[in-house]
Design a protein around this ligand. Sequence first.
Ligand SMILES: Nc1ncnc2c1ncn2[C@@H]1O[C@H](COP(=O)(O)OP(=O)(O)O)[C@@H](O)[C@H]1O
Ligand SMILES: [Mg+2]
Length: 365
Amino acid sequence: MAALSGSGKSVFVNEMAYRYRSAGSKVWIIDVGRSYKNLCELMDGEFIEFADERQNTLCLNPFSMVVDINNDMEMLLPLLAEMASPREPLNNFCYTALASAIKQVWEIKGKNCTVTDIYELLRSGKISDESEKESQLMHMAVALEPYTKYGVYASYFEGPATIEFTKDFIVLELEELKSKRDLQAVVMQIIMYRITQEMYLDRSRRKIVIIDEAWDLMGSGSSGHFIEAGYRRARKYGGAFGTITQSVDDYYKTEATKASINNADWLFLLRQKPENIDRLGKEGKLTIDEWMKRQLSSITTDHGHYSEIFVHSPMGSGVGRLLLDPFSMMLFSTRAEDFERIKNMRAENGMTTEQAIEAILDERK
Ligand SMILES: Nc1ncnc2c1ncn2[C@@H]1O[C@H](COP(=O)(O)OP(=O)(O)O)[C@@H](O)[C@H]1O
Ligand SMILES: [Mg+2]
């Protein structure tokens, strides 16, 4: 899904997520900006909020998530490589050494391993007694330090992981990590892995993963590959994958994002900048004929009334209007005033989200 900011993407996705959940699906939403908090509360979901390291209570220790070390090396190795070298890929020697370090500490401590164990081993400069001291290993150790018990991010990685996904509606809110790029990329990778583990566990259960405003989250590291794999594989497991961004151009930034748009069956476009419609056609990013150009140019969002959505699907294309009832409008609203109103109403009167919205709507009558 792609459209300008404020055009109604998150409101539409609230409606969509609600429908998926009502039809029995398990829903995961990864968001930056709290657009799904009220819906999550109403659906009795799990709202997982990442906080600043000083207030953090969530633990994401990847070792404790391992089910089968041979399979899960697929997650652990790229993840630790990302921690050890966020800007560029590790060279062959380091990559292999890291793999061997992971195996060694795993054999000793299993699920009780933490990044600290890898760090201690690499810091010695040798991964076996016979080998020479190697400065490259010590450099990796230095880079891993923030993620160890000695580092600023210790609270996120020491001890057993605490994200469980026991509920059927799960929102992961990453707003607080926005200013910490490296940590954000690592966290995103771990979350994607945890979701993938569950996604491919049970084919009979329908599920959907939606990533809102995800581009800065998927930029680096291998989380892009999880998303790419998600688009390719999910449907075989009764799963669906959705991504939301402000511009179609974002889908052409990396190989992984290109794969995601090429593998997507459904494309939703809300309001676009008029000058972009022509350009996207010329650059081949959208297949646009005169009809589609007219359709796309005509779509608008009338705040508080409706949004218009161009839908491109295997069943055909066309424009639809999303007209919401007042309750849903208030529930899905991303406006700060509405959000505050609901929050205060709940706090002052000890109401549930549902009761608070009803009370606000009653006042307006
Ligand atoms: N279908 C709709 N009907 C009425 N108002 C809407 C609709 N969609 C969006 N809005 C209004 O526009 C605001 C911004 O929508 P939002 O979904 O947050 O935009 P985006 O995610 O594209 O930035 C909402 O808070 C709401 O006030
Ligand atoms: Mg939004």
